[in-house]
Write a protein that binds this ligand. Structure first.
Ligand code: UDP
Ligand code: MG
Length: 328
């Protein structure tokens, strides 16, 4: 490499913040000031260059103004990204990740339920070699309904990804640069970031963090948004529900055939009066046909599942490292 280029690339590297903190903001005007103050206070102590990226997810309150003020007040440290409308937490985070330059990236909620003071502990785990660091909220300050929903999500996610993490819902998380680069190559519209990240991670870690009551404003997740999120999560993990149709269809058909055989044998043994003069035979036939319909739907599902995989165009594989090859 010519010397001038080496110099330039070093300069570029020196200018790059080594930690990026990405925060999605949706109508959080009351928290932003405190959030920025606390995050910058903590990050000033870690002896690494950093940037705080605030992504405004189409807020209707004064959040945009508050972010602009924060950027002015903390020039060079705070970055504002403004989306034209509300796209949802995970899309907002993706928008922030696309702007992040750090070698380690931390995501955090704007509502201060997860204390920014935990950031150094997350970074410590990344330095120790983790690709993704998750957090477990202990004790958790959310409604019973949210806790039950989380419990189901965590169990399903554990099964589907094979990665044992106890708390997929907590967005105070840290990622290594390579993982974020891989995630940015995924162009699907519906994403659930913790699961996407885990699908590229080799080594994951989880640490306990404290969880506070929401100091200001309400949860931005109503029932409808939560349902939507659950479906995003399910479809981002697996197309198994489509296959389930075939399985259910096969089972119903088999049941119909079994029932038919049973009726036939009983008819031979006990004569036509048995089983209401053939009315039950209709049920057996019906079962078989309903089952065949399900199998047909399942087959369609198999095609749709494959189309879905191709349309998402996720990277087919993710190479962590190559060794023993001469660099070009
Ligand atoms: N959020 C967002 N867009 C949305 C909903 C939420 O950017 O459409 C942000 C919100 O500002 C907060 C984070 O996502 O920073 C988590 O939201 P919230 O605290 O309402 O969720 P909960 O803690 O109830 O799970
Ligand atoms: Mg919250």
């Amino acid at each position: 490499m010519p010397i001038i280029e080496v110099y330039l690339s070093n300069a570029k590297m020196n200018n790059m913040p080594s930690v990026s903190i990405v925060v999605p903001v949706y109508n959080e005007e009351k928290s932003i000031e405190e959030l920025v103050a606390r995050v910058t206070r903590v990050c000033d102590t870690i002896n690494r260059s950093y940037e705080l990226i605030l992504v405004d997810d189409g807020s209707h309150d004064d959040s945009q103004k508050k972010i602009e003020d924060a950027v002015k007040k903390n020039a060079g440290k705070v970055v504002g990204v403004f989306l034209n409308r509300n796209y949802g937490q995970h899309s907002a985070i993706m928008a922030g990740l696309a702007q992040a330059d750090g070698n380690a990236i931390v995501t955090l909620d704007a509502d201060l339920q997860n204390p920014p003071e935990e950031i150094p502990r997350l970074l410590e785990q990344i330095e120790k070699g983790a690709d993704v660091v998750g957090t477990v909220r202990t004790p958790r300050h959310d409604t019973l309904f949210r806790r039950i929903a989380s419990y189901i999500v965590n169990k399903v996610a554990q099964k589907a990804t094979g990665v044992i993490m106890c708390d997929y819902g907590c967005m105070l998380r840290a990622y290594r640069r390579e993982i974020v680069d891989a995630m940015l190559q995924c162009h699907e519209r519906s994403t659930f970031i913790p699961i996407l990240a885990n699908s590229f991670a080799h080594k994951t870690m989880e640490i306990d963090v404290t969880h506070a009551e929401r100091p200001a404003g309400d949860s931005k997740y109503g029932l409808w948004k939560l349902i939507n999120l659950q479906f995003d999560l399910l479809t981002s993990m697996t197309t198994f529900p489509l296959r389930l149709l075939s399985i259910i269809g096969g089972a119903i058909s088999a049941l119909g055939v079994g029932f038919g055989l049973f009726l036939f044998v009983m008819r031979l043994l006990y004569g036509p009066i048995w089983a209401a003069e053939g009315v039950f035979t209709l049920f057996a036939v019906l079962f078989i046909f309903v089952g065949v319909q399900f199998i047909g739907m399942g087959l369609l599902g198999e095609y749709i599942g494959r189309i879905y995989h191709d349309v998402r165009a996720r990277p087919r594989y993710f190479i962590r490292n190559v060794i023993g090859k001469n660099s070009k």
